[in-house]
Design a protein around this ligand. Structure first.
Ligand SMILES: NC(=O)c1ccc[n+]([C@@H]2O[C@H](COP(=O)([O-])OP(=O)(O)OC[C@H]3O[C@@H](n4cnc5c(N)ncnc54)[C@H](O)[C@@H]3O)[C@@H](O)[C@H]2O)c1
Length: 314
């Protein structure tokens, strides 16, 4: 057994099971424990993956209890309820905060040294909840945040420009939800400002291009839920990417959610900014210069998340 790549996944539903599968086939973890109230489900998911073990790197995967999270390098939170068609992520807040209040202390008791990676929605509020309920250093509690939205943005821009997403450097920041925004001042295609590139090469996209792109990002999750009931593939790939960077101690800058401690003058809220991610979790923030309009959008998003957190008793 290769040491140092143990991941505990709380919740073996659509997202938890797909994260386990992605970590397995990308050979990111050497040990995965799936923990779910519905033990049959976590056992079934573990069996289904281990029966493909012949085709991947050595892996131990099993269903367990919270005590089995001991010695995990990463604990991933996917438990709770998910959006149904027509619901916003914030509609989930009371139920999922209630579930987190029941489990976080237990999990942290068994895995005090792990990086705690929150995926359940509303992810920024639940990341804040884990910071408050766990007492862990804030850098060790990360929300998957807008890494997924950033990937969705690049998929849209790649389709529009015909250029590979590898050459597209553009980000979605702030809430993983309706108040997220795209800092276009930071968006480029191989060093050429995205606005300039689109103006010169994609005039057919029209005047509302930027608003349409943001709407595409905002509505992506809801559209998938309306079509097939849930989203789980892209989010699992983005979570796997975060895990890779933690386990490789890469200090890669990713748009993930973390507790703000004065960045852009903001405190006591979790949201996504360009944070450096490595073995210690989030170490620092690349506080890139934003335009005053972009800062206003960031403040608006922070205010809306803070208003939700204010109503929660931890
Ligand atoms: N952050 C993102 O980008 C993103 C993307 C997609 C989904 N999500 C969120 O991920 C979460 C999971 O979504 P899903 O589609 O997998 O839902 P799901 O209903 O398929 O799975 C949730 C699982 O959690 C388990 N569970 C519930 N309460 C539990 C408890 N107290 N202890 C242990 N297990 C418990 C359930 O038994 C179930 O198996 C939702 O909150 C959803 O909104 C987040």
């Amino acid at each position: 057994m290769i040491k140092g790549r143990k991941v505990a996944i709380l919740g073996a539903g659509n997202v938890g099971a797909t994260i386990a599968y992605t970590l397995a086939v990308q050979e990111v973890a050497s040990e995965i424990v799936l923990i779910d109230l519905n033990k049959k489900k976590s056992e079934g998911e573990a069996m289904d993956i281990i029966q493909g073990a012949r085709f991947i790197a050595p892996l131990k995967i099993y269903s367990g209890d919270y005590s089995d999270a001991a010695d995990s390098d990463i604990v991933i939170y996917t438990l709770g309820i998910a959006r149904k068609p027509g619901m916003t992520r914030l509609d989930l807040v009371n139920t999922n905060v209630g579930i987190f209040k029941e489990v976080v202390k237990d999990v942290v008791h068994y895995a005090p040294d792990a990086i705690h990676l929150v995926v359940s929605n509303p992810v920024d509020i639940l990341t804040y909840a884990v910071v408050k309920l766990s007492g862990l250093p804030a850098g060790r509690v990360i929300g998957s945040g807008t890494l997924l939205d950033t990937s969705r943005l690049r998929a849209i821009l790649s389709e529009q420009t015909g250029k590979s997403y590898v050459n597209i450097h553009a980000y979605v920041l702030a809430e993983h939800g309706d108040t997220s925004f795209i800092p276009w001042s930071m968006a480029s295609i191989f060093g050429v400002k995205a606005e300039e590139y689109v103006g010169q090469h994609c005039a057919g996209l029209g005047e509302n291009w930027k608003a349409d792109v943001l709407e595409g990002v905002h509505k992506a999750g809801a559209k998938i839920i309306a079509n097939k009931g849930a989203t789980y593939y892209a989010v699992s790939m983005s979570v796997c990417e975060i895990c890779k960077n933690i386990l490789a101690d890469s200090n890669t800058i990713l748009s993930v959610s973390n507790l703000l401690t004065g960045q852009y003058g903001l405190n006591e809220v979790c949201l996504s900014l360009p944070f450096s991610v490595g073995a210690q979790g989030v170490s620092d923030c690349l506080c890139a210069k934003l335009t005053s309009d972009e800062e206003a959008l960031l403040n608006k998003s922070a205010d809306s998340l803070k208003a939700v957190c204010k109503e929660i008793k931890f």
